[in-house]
Design a protein around this ligand. Structure first.
Ligand code: NI
Length: 134
């Protein structure tokens, strides 16, 4: 639960690290996470869960390997997209973006990816925003 309203602008002001989601709320066994992103994430998939993305600022590109080919969806501010479970995807944001994600607690940012992960990408299930309560 939350005892007071969640201010996303205040939450974003508490961190600068890229590709390192912060958990702003927990809803049943799902996390609402926010992240600052820029440049490329890595190709990965989440075998057991869909992943919801909402762009709050900037532009997020999602490269997808589905249907036997590769394609890219481009999400502008205010647009949302669900990557289905098992679909390989690579988020990127050449110009930077602020995003919100909704996915089961414990979902790793790099999915089932097991190859070495570049240093600019955090391997995490999200960090609680300090001061928030669940
Ligand atoms: Ni993902």
């Amino acid at each position: 639960m939350t005892e007071k309203p969640i201010n996303l602008a205040d939450a974003f002001a508490t961190f600068d690290k890229l590709w390192s989601p912060r958990i702003v709320a927990r809803v049943n066994d799902y996390d609402v996470r926010i992240a600052k992103v820029a440049g490329d994430h890595i190709w990965h998939a989440h075998t057991h869960t869909d992943e919801f993305f909402l762009v709050l600022d900037g532009v997020l590109r999602l490269a997808l390997r589905d249907g036997g080919g590769e394609r890219e969806v481009v999400l502008d501010r205010g647009e949302a997209f669900v990557v289905p479970a098992g679909v390989e995807h690579r988020p990127s944001a050449p110009g930077g973006a602020s995003i919100l994600m909704f996915e089961p607690s414990g979902t790793m940012t790099v999915g089932d990816h097991r190859d070495p992960v570049p240093g600019h990408v955090d391997v995490t299930a999200g960090t609680m925003i300090s001061g928030s309560r669940t």
